[in-house]
Ligand binder design. Sequence first.
Ligand code: HEC
Length: 167
Amino acid sequence: MRSHLKFSGVVAAAAIAALTIAMPSKTAPAQELPAAKDTIFARKILMGAIDMNMDEIETMLAPGGKLELAEAQEHSETISTMLMAFPHMFPPATNQWKVGAARDPATDTFASPDVWTNFADFYQRATEASKIAWSASRAKRPADFKAFIVQLRERCNACHALNMKTD
Ligand code: HEC
């Protein structure tokens, strides 16, 4: 009994020591996340790559363009994958847009603070757009592919209207 008590005392002391180590102090960063500016840069180039793939597709679908369905569908599948990853790149520290602040379009974020006030909606929009891009990548007929791409473009624009600052 005595030794048992003594043992629990040791365990408790060890547990407290572990807690003390595990509890971050107020000044320490909460988590070992990459620097906010690096995450912002990563999501901007990811979106940039989504845009380049979309541009390839829309050029093929434009008047005078020639649709190579297999190639266009590869672009669409790539967009789908990237749109799935995209909303995972919005940790709170990257909520940095400010009214009237001078911004460098190459490195500063244009993501609206609204992303974080309704993150579930933002996440769902990314997921839905990703699914549409996936459906386009699997469409059997050019006409179906085209219809999905029109829908996808609407999703790009709708999400930007709500979640991006243009000034
Ligand atoms: C779920 C919302 C959402 C969807 C869907 C979405 N975007 Fe974006 N997009 C954003 C946000 C937010 C930013 C701003 C990112 C930042 O500045 O941190 C952005 C930025 C961009 C940019 C600017 C990139 C840069 O260099 O800063 C382009 C171009 C773009 N999107 C194209 C597209 C295209 C094309 C699609 C559709 C295929 C699309 N987006 C779908 C939310 C979305």
